[in-house]
Design a binder for this molecule. Structure first.
Ligand code: SAH
Ligand code: SF4
Length: 372
């Protein structure tokens, strides 16, 4: 029997694994605490388990870390890791410190099949789904690396956003156990309100998530009508705006927050006009859907052929939404100097040579890749 990856298991899965080993189910809680709360990567560290059990575990299971290709820290404190997930695939994870919280932006897939026009992951295409263990290992690595760095045993990461590479709701089977591990009091103990799944709008899976594991929901809208959204976010051809908004409304029945966050990437001359802002107001008023807007300044990359909206237009767009009573924020770009901003996460991955060149140029603390 192949060794089990313990990072793949939610608490229920871990209990079932313990039973298969001929152990009591409560061992699962002990293992969870050692792995997720204390960051143990080795059974020898688990000092309150009998030596015989530790040996048994070592023969039957592993706690495999992700291989770090690089770790960069931006001048603003943002940290970006590039992890090797094998077969030429790399994924990125970004930590964004703020005064009152620490947010980790996690990837769910290597590449993405949705193919949004403004997203460099989308341009890269789909490679594969990440396993639960690979999704959780990003949090495991970041949390314990950051604790070590600031020499603390206190929790560093308070919020998780599934806004890295990939469409989380197209990797549903792996996502749900990963969310449960994040929420579990014996795991990372994160509040449901502080774990956000961001989706381009996979309607049937929004439906399932509200039953299986309701967490905060962000929806990448980017357009006020189907014609434009079909072009920018191709999954809209399958699940048009009206269906998406109806699914969002139903989601609120069980959601831990009483609003949906709409992300809207501001593209010069494409979706940023005053008429489009007004159309968005009309759309959401008609839908009677409690929501907030998060306007994201587009992070350009050459293959997109798109440009960032000028600041004045973003501000004007925000004012129209605010005047209509919608809470609207303009996302600060963080980690610009290390290309850690939204939609830039895949750029480096495509061309490893460029990564190497860039690593040498980066004027910030650069740590050598572990194991490289
Ligand atoms: N696939 C999910 C989550 C990952 S993308 C989704 O689409 O929601 C996370 C956010 O980054 C999305 O809102 C996406 O629209 C935005 N984004 C992608 N590329 C971007 C870019 N080049 N500039 C700014 N935001 C971008
Ligand atoms: Fe995929 Fe999200 Fe990028 Fe669209 S924006 S291609 S759904 S990662």
């Amino acid at each position: 029997m192949a060794a089990a990856n313990l990072l793949d298991f939610d608490l229920e899965g871990m209990a079932a694994f313990c039973e298969r080993l001929g152990e009591k189910r409560f061992r699962a809680t002990q293992l969870f605490r050692w792995i997720h709360q204390k960051g143990a990567g080795d059974f020898a560290q688990m000092s309150d388990l009998a030596k015989s059990l530790r040996d048994k575990l070592a023969g039957a299971a592993t706690i495999p870390p992700l291989r770090v290709i690089s770790e960069h820290t931006s001048a603003d404190g943002t940290v970006k890791w590039l992890f090797d997930v094998g077969a030429g695939d790399a994924i990125e994870t970004v930590f964004i410190p703020e005064d009152d919280r620490g947010t980790l932006c996690i990837s769910s897939q290597a590449g993405c099949a949705v193919g949004c026009r403004f997203c460099s992951t989308g341009h890269q295409g789909f490679s594969r789904n990440l396993s639960t263990g690979e999704i959780v290992a990003q949090l495991w690595h970041a949390e314990h690396a950051l604790r070590k760095r600031s020499n603390t045993e206190d929790r560093v990461i308070s919020n998780v956003v599934m806004m890295g590479m990939g469409e989380p709701l197209q990797n549903y089977a792996a996502l749900v156990p990963a969310l449960r591990i994040m929420l579990d009091d014996h795991g990372y103990g994160l509040s449901r309100r502080r774990v956000t799944v961001s989706t381009s709008g996979v309607v049937p899976m929004i439906e399932r998530l509200r039953h299986d594991c309701p967490v905060a929901l962000a929806v990448s809208l980017h357009a006020p009508d189907d014609t434009l959204r079909n072009d920018l976010v191709p999954i809209n051809r399958k699940y048009p705006v009206a269906e998406l908004l109806a699914a969002c409304k139903r989601y609120l029945d069980t959601a831990p927050r009483d609003f949906i966050t709409f992300e809207y990437c501001m593209l010069d001359g494409v979706n940023d006009s005053p008429t489009q802002a007004q159309a968005l107001v009309t759309l959401l008023r008609r839908a009677q859907l409690p929501c907030k807007f998060n306007l994201i300044p587009f992070n350009p990359f050459p293959a997109s052929g798109l440009l960032r909206s000028p600041r004045e237009r973003v501000v004007a767009f925000a004012k129209t939404l605010q005047a209509a009573g919608f809470v609207t924020t303009i996302r600060k770009t963080r980690g610009d100097d290390i290309d850690a901003a939204c939609g830039q996460l895949a750029g480096e991955v495509q061309d490893r040579t460029r990564v190497q060149q860039r690593l040498r140029r980066i004027p910030v603390i650069t740590q050598p890749a572990a194991g490289a």
